[in-house]
Design a protein around this ligand. Structure first.
Ligand code: TRP
Length: 361
């Protein structure tokens, strides 16, 4: 069965963009067709300035929301990254396969580092190595497919490169994964700045619909969305990004087609009203289920405990195999079957240096 892995970072409140572009397809499609793992990638939240209490709160909330969107622990594995040591364990090995230049070329790193420096802050080393940890997240599970937004494509490409390189150097160890993108609304844009993605980390409210926003707040945000000059409602991503974004959100919420919907409306006001209604309806059951789950923390904790255990069992053999392949001595709890003679050791020393000489050429 296809193995699917994806992750959500607890750096801000989850948004309509996260839901339509990722979480809903995970719940509606992926968990039914594949052996899937969905992970709250909390280690990744430490790559930028963070408040420990907030990360803890957002991690719990993200896990609860994953379940509220309909992920079923009977069908898939839901867990928290830091509960499974294999991620960090594998990340170090992959750091020994990646190059610093490769890391510095990552677009997201360059943008975030530039922003951080502009603010006069320092850039954490973990921000640079973040994509390697992401590669470890993916490769530890023998993942075939990684459903992500298109801003993550470069990171998944890097993951593929690292997997191929590791396999070539040290023998076949990792499945080489590929990124997949959900067909609709893979990219919901900010209602106030339709040129940029509706990201949770921006955390400046008016253009972002959060999954837990009250219905009247959702309505206000949608009604105040930036539209374009002109009055006709037409679907034109380039020329009319604001209206196109509303049409895409409406289409994603109602199962329609944005171009066809474009022909239906006579005014921006009517489009906004229907979009607000549709978003409120889509979020209603998620909010309701979230409230129920918050009242039952023991259940949520149980799901995360079992999820981490299942995840650990899947990842452990893959990461152990990588440790052996790269040349690390097995721990004494795995006794070697035969006594090692002094000659064998020196013969091995020769063959290892041979390999090094060959690799250096
Ligand atoms: N980098 C991803 C993001 O910012 C989150 C992430 C971390 C992830 N590890 C992952 C996504 C592994 C998919 C698979 O959205």
């Amino acid at each position: 069965m296809t193995r699917v892995f994806s992750g959500i970072k607890p750096t801000g409140h989850l948004t309509l963009g996260n839901y339509l572009g990722a979480m809903r397809p995970w719940a509606e499609v992926d968990q039914h067709r594949a052996d899937s793992l969905f992970c709250v990638v909390d280690l990744h939240a430490l790559t930028v300035d963070h408040d420990p209490a907030r990360v803890r709160r957002l991690s719990r909330q993200a896990a609860t929301l994953l379940l509220a969107t309909g992920l079923d622990p009977q069908l898939c594995t839901v867990f928290v990254q830091s509960h499974v040591d294999e991620h960090a364990r594998l990340s170090y090995l992959l750091e020994c396969v990646a190059s610093d230049g490769e890391m510095r070329r990552m677009i997201q790193y360059r943008e975030k580092a530039a922003r951080e420096r502009e603010r006069g802050g320092s850039v954490r080393l973990s921000l640079l190595t973040y994509p390697v940890l992401m590669a470890a997240d993916i490769l530890a599970y023998g993942t075939d497919e990684v459903p992500v937004g298109d801003d993550q494509t470069q990171h998944v490409e890097l993951t593929r490169d690292l997997a191929v390189r590791f396999n070539q150097r040290y023998g076949h160890t990792f499945v080489v994964p590929k990124a997949t993108h959900p067909p609709v609304a893979a990219r919901v844009m900010n209602l106030q700045e339709p040129a940029s993605k509706m990201g949770k980390s921006d955390d400046s409210g008016p253009g972002i619909v959060y999954l837990l926003d009250e219905p009247d707040v959702v309505r206000k945000k949608v009604m105040r969305a930036v539209t374009d000059s002109g009055r006709e409602v037409v679907y034109d991503r380039e020329g009319r990004p604001g209206v196109a974004n509303l049409l895409e959100i409406l289409a994603a919420c109602t199962g329609g087609n944005p171009e066809i919907l474009g022909g239906v409306y006579q005014s921006y006001g009517a489009l906004k009203k229907d979009t607000a209604d549709a978003v409120i309806e889509v979020l209603r059951p998620v909010r309701a289920r979230h409230t129920e789950l918050c009242a039952d923390p023991v259940y949520v904790e149980g799901v995360l405990r079992d999820g981490a255990e299942k995840a650990r069992e899947m990842a452990r053999p893959v990461v152990d195999a990588a440790y052996r392949a790269i040349g690390l001595l097995p721990p004494v709890s795995e006794p070697t079957s035969e006594p090692v003679s002094a000659e064998a050791v020196s013969a091995e020393a020769v063959s290892v240096s041979d390999v090094v000489v060959k690799a250096a050429r």
